[in-house]
Design a protein around this ligand. Structure first.
Ligand SMILES: *[C@@H]1O[C@H](CO)[C@@H](O)[C@H](O)[C@H]1NC(C)=O
Ligand SMILES: *[C@@H]1O[C@H](CO)[C@@H](O)[C@H](O)[C@H]1NC(C)=O
Ligand SMILES: *[C@@H]1O[C@H](CO)[C@@H](O)[C@H](O)[C@H]1NC(C)=O
Ligand SMILES: *[C@@H]1O[C@H](CO)[C@@H](O)[C@H](O)[C@H]1NC(C)=O
Length: 365
């Protein structure tokens, strides 16, 4: 056992959580597992020492070979969240806790955990999807005994249309099952009305994330036949890139549905005149309106947009107007030096000139 790593563990966990500011490392948080993304080789630490809750530790002990996939899933989800939101006021990083001791006890993270906003919805969905994606890839790579390629597709196809199933089709079933098993635990004893509805919301959004992976399975084919004539094609099902899945979820986020905070047997829309419109499995749901993320709020763990780089000509979320919340922006001139006008000199080297350019960089006031 690597004791140095063990000693560093609570700090790493705190550090990681401070960077991402998702959920507490202490307590029964369902989200401690994301800390695994920051470990070099989590397998070496053993399940007992990883930032997992008790039921996840149980699962980890039974299936330790899934640890690399869990880690990869966390990494995928975090990276995609940052990428999808890089131009927005909320950019998937909320640096808040200043000391490790604040984690777990601090209301900062309590807020994030229970805020029930659209952003919470996206986080849950993208993390659940990340697990499905990484576990499925591991299945297809033949790394697992419990799952492999989709064997139901190995024969068949359409001879008349000149194609048949072949190769390895991604089988998301096992990944979906594992993601559910690993994430869909009740986060804490839901006693109050509030936590019950938030729990229902979180479970729904987990499932929406998994559905996104299944929905974006596509078919790839390869041609065979005399000199690329494509007389015969072999086709297989393949998952979309995680970036595509992230795009779909971002779209779902933009169109997410606010649900009523009254507990009922079934969740329903908050807007009374829209209640006839059904809620689908793959919709993202939220309970509370988001703060505007404009100004720093230490209590809620919101850094605000002061100092963020904005685009003066963009009309979108990254435009100075929207990103800076109307506060205006500062302009700095940044000097770039690049190699340019490179020429190939016979023989054999390349000679370049140094070119200077100036660009304006705008940052929010
Ligand atoms: C499969 O296992 C090999 C060897 O352990 C590893 O290098 C590879 O990254 C794994 N692939 C996936 C997709 O998990
Ligand atoms: C939840 O409640 C049950 C029974 O009421 C109790 O045994 C269990 O320890 C509680 N779990 C947590 C995490 O508080
Ligand atoms: C995200 O926002 C924070 C706070 O405004 C900022 O410090 C950080 O640089 C931003 N990250 C990116 C990738 O723009
Ligand atoms: C700024 O926004 C404009 C319009 O959307 C775009 O064409 C341009 O590439 C952006 N500039 C940068 C530096 O991102």
């Amino acid at each position: 056992m690597d004791t140095a790593a063990l000693l560093a563990l609570p700090r790493l966990c705190a550090l990681w959580a401070a960077v991402l500011a998702l959920f507490p490392c202490g307590g029964q948080g369902n989200w401690m597992w994301l800390g695994i993304a920051s470990f070099g080789v989590p397998e070496k630490l053993g399940c007992a020492n990883l930032p997992l809750n008790s039921r996840q530790k149980e699962l980890c002990k039974r299936k330790p070979y899934l640890l690399p996939s869990i880690r990869e899933g966390a990494r995928l989800g975090i990276q995609e969240c940052k990428s999808q939101f890089r131009h927005e006021r909320w950019n998937c990083t909320v640096a808040t806790a200043t000391t490790p001791a604040q984690l777990g006890t601090s209301p900062l993270f309590g807020y994030e955990l229970s805020s029930g906003t659209k952003e919470t919805a996206f986080i849950y969905a993208v993390m659940a999807a990340g697990l499905v994606h990484s576990v499925t890839r591991s299945c297809s790579a033949g790394n697992m005994t419990e799952c492999s390629c989709d064997t139901t597709l190995q024969s068949g196809g359409s001879a008349s249309e000149g194609w048949h199933w072949g190769g390895c089709s991604d089988d998301v079933q096992y990944g979906m099952w594992f993601s559910k098993k690993f994430l869909d635990l009740p986060i804490r004893n839901a006693t109050g009305k509030e936590s019950k509805i938030l729990q229902a919301m979180n479970l729904h959004n987990n499932e929406a994330g998994r559905q996104a992976v299944a929905k974006l399975l596509s078919v790839d084919c390869r041609c065979h036949g005399v000199s690329g004539s494509c007389a015969v094609k072999t086709c297989w099902k393949t998952m979309s890139s995680f970036e595509k899945i992230g795009h779909l979820l971002k779209d779902k986020y933009e169109n997410s549905i606010q649900i009523s905070d009254r507990t009922r047997r079934k969740m329903r829309r908050r807007e009374k005149d829209q209640r006839k419109i059904p809620i689908h499995d793959d919709d993202l749901l939220y309970v509370h309106k988001s703060p505007n993320y404009c100004v720093e709020d230490k209590k809620l763990g919101i850094p605000g947009t002061q100092g963020r780089e904005c685009n003066r000509t963009s009309e979108g979320a990254d435009g100075c107007n929207l990103l800076c919340c109307g506060r205006g922006y500062n302009t700095h001139v940044v000097r770039h030096v690049e190699r340019c006008e490179c020429k190939f000199i016979w023989c054999c080297y390349v000679r370049c000139r140094k070119c200077e350019s100036m660009t304006d960089v705008h940052t929010c006031k």
